[in-house]
Design a protein around this ligand. Structure first.
Ligand SMILES: [Zn+2]
Length: 293
C-alpha cells in the first residue's frame, strides 16, 4: 500500500498482515478495536482483478447468492483481525439519511442488507452499549465517523456523506448516546475517517444553498469555498469536526483523517474516481481494554 497522507500528523496505524487496513492511533492507544479497510488485494467484479474471496460489499452487477457468503466471510476475517467476531456485527441498509439505530442484541450477527427488518433500512448510523458489539458501516468517498465513550462503555458509528453531514448525523448519534446510555460528550472521543478531500469534492451551487439554509452562511463559508474552477468544494472533514465540537466533544478528543479516498484511488474505492459501487468497511468494537472501563 502506498498511501498519500495530506499531513505529517500520525493519525493512522497501517496493518498489512491478513486483510490490510488502517486504524486510528488515538483509539488504538485506548485499546478500542477499529479499522477502515482498503481495496488492496480486494476483488473487483468490474475488472476481475484481486482475490475473488476478498471484498466487503456485494455490487449490483454480481449474483447476490454467490457473492453474499463471500462478502460475509471477508468481514468475518476483518472482525477476527480486531479480536471480534462476525456474530457480534450490526450493519444497516445505508441510504444517506440521518437516521441512527440503537442496536439491540437481536440485531447482532451477519446479515444481507435486503433481508434486514424495515427498522434497519434507511439507517446510516448505529449506537450501542452492548459489550463487544461490532458496528460496521460502508463508504467509498463518504467518511465514517467513529465515536466512543470509555466511561459509559458505549460507541457509535455513522456514515457521513454530504447529506448526513448536512443533517449533522454525528451529533444525532452523540445525542442518542446521551439519552439512551447516559453518556456525556466531555467523556467521548471521535474520529472522522477516510473520505474525499475538499480539493477533490466539487459540488453544485445548490449544495451551497442547502447548507446555507441549514447551517447559516457564516458556518457554510467555513466548509465550502468556490475554487478557481468556478465550482464550490465541500470540506466534509471540517464540517463533521464542527458538528462534533458543537455537540460538546473536546477538540483534543477528536481525530481527523488525513487520507483522501479519491487522491488514493489505487488504495481505496472512491465513488467519484471509479464510478463503481465497491466500498470500504469501517468497523468499531465496543471494547476498551486500556481506558479504565
Ligand atoms: Zn482528494
Amino acid at each position: 500500500m502506498n498511501i498519500h497522507f495530506d499531513s505529517k500528523d500520525k493519525i493512522y496505524n497501517l496493518h498489512t498482515d491478513g486483510i490490510p487496513y488502517l486504524s486510528f492511533d488515538m483509539f488504538d492507544r485506548m485499546g478500542i478495536p477499529n479499522l477502515y479497510s482498503t481495496r488492496y488485494r480486494s476483488y473487483d467484479a468490474d475488472t476481475g482483478r484481486g482475490e475473488p474471496g476478498l471484498r466487503v460489499v456485494v455490487m449490483k452487477t454480481e449474483d447476490r447468492d454467490e457473492a453474499a457468503p463471500v462478502v460475509i466471510e471477508s468481514r468475518a476475517r476483518l472482525a477476527g483481525q480486531l479480536g471480534s467476531d462476525i456474530e457480534h456485527e450490526c450493519i444497516t441498509d445505508q441510504k444517506h439519511t440521518d437516521n441512527v439505530l440503537v442496536v439491540s442484541p437481536e440485531d447482532l450477527g451477519p446479515v444481507w442488507p435486503a433481508d434486514m427488518p424495515p427498522y434497519r433500512q434507511n439507517v446510516d448510523g448505529m449506537v450501542t452499549d452492548i459489550p463487544d458489539a461490532l458496528l460496521t458501516v460502508f463508504g467509498g468517498d463518504c467518511p465514517p465517523v467513529y465515536i466512543a465513550d470509555p466511561v459509559r462503555g458505549a460507541i457509535g458509528l455513522v456514515h457521513a456523506g454530504w447529506r448526513g453531514t448536512l443533517a449533522r448525523i454525528p451529533s444525532v448519534a452523540t445525542d442518542l448516546m446521551g439519552e439512551r446510555f447516559g453518556c456525556r460528550t466531555e467523556d467521548m472521543y471521535a474520529a472522522v475517517g477516510p473520505g474525499i478531500c475538499m480539493d477533490c469534492y466539487e459540488m453544485g451551487d445548490e449544495v451551497y444553498d442547502v447548507f446555507a439554509a441549514e447551517w447559516g452562511r457564516s458556518d457554510t463559508d467555513k466548509i465550502m469555498k468556490r475554487y478557481p474552477d468556478g465550482k464550490y468544494h465541500l470540506d466534509l472533514r471540517s464540517a463533521n469536526r464542527m458538528s462534533l465540537l458543537s455537540a460538546g466533544i473536546k477538540s483534543e478528543h477528536i481525530a481527523i483523517s488525513n487520507v483522501c479516498t479519491m487522491c488514493n484511488a489505487d488504495t481505496f474505492y472512491s465513488y467519484r474516481a471509479h464510478r463503481m459501487e465497491n466500498e470500504q468497511a469501517a468497523m468499531l468494537v465496543n471494547r476498551f481494554s486500556k481506558a479504565g472501563r
